[in-house]
Design a protein around this ligand. Structure first.
Ligand SMILES: [Zn+2]
Ligand SMILES: [Zn+2]
Length: 102
């Protein structure tokens, strides 16, 4: 149970959050609507598609799929700046892409 920080009355559940029945205080905390909030998981990797590989440097990286020892290489900075950047390798032969976290 939560109480109003303004007048101490018990907060009641309103449409999208909690609010006070006595004064007009309403909680900023939204009621947990655990819907599909996990959106950004895929968009991070989405950078791979349409990447112009011809401008990318080729490094010696063994492909786990076909054994080719050359791969295009690029890095992607994840959304929060304090996270380490992710390395991407794309096999020059079979175009298999793998990621590497530091
Ligand atoms: Zn109140
Ligand atoms: Zn390969």
């Amino acid at each position: 149970m939560e109480f109003c920080p303004k007048c101490g009355a018990v907060l009641i559940q309103k449409r999208k959050n909690f609010g006070c029945a006595r004064c007009n205080y309403s909680s900023k905390d939204k009621i947990k609507i655990s819907t599909s909030e996990k959106i950004s998981e895929k968009s991070e990797i989405g950078v791979v598609t349409g990447k112009d590989t011809e401008t990318l440097p080729v490094v010696a990286e063994k492909c786990k799929k076909c054994g080719n020892e050359k791969a295009y290489f690029w890095t992607v900075q994840t959304r929060s700046g304090d996270e380490a950047e992710t390395k991407f390798f794309k096999c020059t032969k079979c175009e298999n892409i793998c990621r590497e976290y530091r």
